[in-house]
Design a protein around this ligand. Structure first.
Ligand code: IMP
Length: 199
């Protein structure tokens, strides 16, 4: 069975990736399960630079395929903030209730047509021969007027999806996987990997 090591410690992301590779003869291991510990400084200027850096760093410790992603929320009215700094916005350990409240207050009074935002996910896989595969996924939406919903994580409660009439913390995880930035990037990566593994 082909093994992939997923370079993250985020339990929510691991579950999403495992579910997507289920039934494909691919087993997904976390860094912890693979016995790899590495502190990676995300100093790239784009989501993709950070994803490639994470994947390449972990690939230095193993001969397996390594998958990594970097994602975040881009708010147009705030010049793309929090963007690549999404996890670190107001401090890595600051609760998301506070981060979300701060973003809502920075968006106060902004009319609906100017509240556009998107979640972006860049994904990189490093193959055992060093080849790097890259995919990206985007989920478009708007910043809501208040936080809503208990599902998902991070900025989901303030990210409103007009096509659902709900925030991304109110839709189910299946619905989110079907339309999310990470789901899209993963499905593209799944196809690239399947073609590589078959050839
Ligand atoms: P990463 O682990 O460096 O990719 O950081 C991603 C950060 O972006 C997370 O900590 C969240 O703040 C935010 N983020 C990414 N994807 C999502 C999502 O699907 N929902 C809510 N927040 C997200």
């Amino acid at each position: 069975m082909t093994e992939i090591i997923f370079a993250t410690e985020n339990a929510g992301k691991i579950r999403e990736v495992e579910a997507m590779f289920e039934g494909l003869g691919v087993s997904v291991k976390t860094m912890k399960e693979a016995g790899i510990r590495a502190d990676i400084i995300e100093d790239g200027s784009t989501f993709m630079e950070n994803a490639v850096k994470k994947a390449k760093t972990i690939a230095g410790y193993t001969k397996e395929i390594v998958l990594a992603d970097d994602s975040g929320l881009v708010i147009d009215h705030l010049n793309g903030e929090p963007g690549i700094y999404s996890a670190r916005y107001l401090g890595e350990d600051t609760p998301y209730e506070i981060k979300n409240a701060e973003l809502l207050s920075r968006m106060e009074g902004v009319e609906e047509t100017k509240r556009s935002a998107r979640f972006v996910c860049a994904m990189a896989a490093v193959m055992p021969d060093g080849e790097v595969l890259q995919t990206e996924g985007v989920m478009e939406g708007i910043i809501g007027y208040e936080a809503a919903g208990e599902n998902g994580f991070g900025y989901d409660p303030i990210f409103y999806l007009p096509e659902f009439g709900m925030s991304s913390a109110q839709i189910s995880s299946e619905q989110k996987n079907a339309v999310s930035h990470r789901g899209k990037a993963l499905r593209k990566m799944q196809k690239l990997l399947q073609n590589k593994l078959r050839s």
